[in-house]
Design a protein around this ligand. Structure first.
Ligand code: SF4
Length: 233
């Protein structure tokens, strides 16, 4: 399929979906991924954040207040851990920062329990950088369009480990249709970096019973991180 064919198909599908979802600005122009080069190299996480802030590569740009590029420690040192969620919610959309609502507060506690924090050793990002309407899941084409930003962030952070929060993050990163209950609790490979899928903090807020297996995952994650740090990979 040529780039023009893809653009026409995308336009058709998004027109139908926008109509279904009632986008308030559905007629507004979207700058297609083919028109902006998401695959080019980025020099820094800050440069990625700048491009994300003005990105219009998919329809999620139409209703966002602020794009949410991601957040981590300042400086250019290697970042030990990248934590990946699904997409921004209302609080994140309003603030431009990832995981700042109730789920974010729980995530900070979970990370603190294994001596990790976004100010010191974790970069926190999402599969899509703009809020999906009504907090729906990002569609596969939205996730695919935004993914080059995350790929570039991971490449620059060069983490020892990745923690994938929830089904969307795990499936998108690992390219698998398996559910999170099947995926969690084991490490997988993403471009040479071990990835541990676990439950999203929002799921833990909905279902107390998931907290115990999530804690087991976090302990496993910390043990592997300690092993890699001591082995100076
Ligand atoms: Fe761009 Fe990603 Fe936002 Fe879509 S979700 S507009 S690809 S930053």
């Amino acid at each position: 399929m040529t780039a023009e064919d893809k653009k026409q198909l995308y336009t058709f599908l998004t027109t139908v979906e926008d109509w279904i979802n009632g986008y308030k600005n559905a007629s507004q122009d979207v700058q297609f991924a083919d028109d902006i080069d998401l695959s080019r190299g980025f020099a820094s996480l800050g440069e990625i954040a700048e491009q994300v802030a003005s990105c219009k590569a998919c329809r999620l740009s139409l209703n966002r207040s602020l794009a949410v590029p991601g957040e981590g420690p300042a400086g250019t040192e290697r970042i030990q851990v990248v934590v990946i969620g699904e997409g921004p919610g209302a609080d994140e959309d309003a603030s431009g920062r990832p995981f700042v609502g109730k789920a974010g507060q729980l995530l900070d506690k979970m990370l603190a329990a294994i001596s990790l924090s976004r100010s010191e050793n974790c970069f926190i990002a999402n599969i899509v950088k703009c809020r999906p309407p009504q907090n729906r899941e990002p569609s596969p084409d939205e996730a695919a369009t935004c993914l080059p930003f995350l790929e570039a962030q991971i490449a620059l952070a060069n983490p020892l480990l990745i923690l994938a929060l929830g089904r969307t993050a795990a499936q998108t990163l690992l390219g698998t249709p398996e559910g999170i209950t099947m995926l969690r609790g084991r490490f997988y490979d993403y471009r040479g970096i071990p990835v541990l899928p676990t439950y999203h903090p929002s799921a833990l807020l909905r279902d107390e019973a998931l907290k115990r297996p999530a804690w087991e995952d976090l302990k496993l994650f910390r043990a592997e991180l300690d092993r890699l740090i001591s082995g100076d990979r």
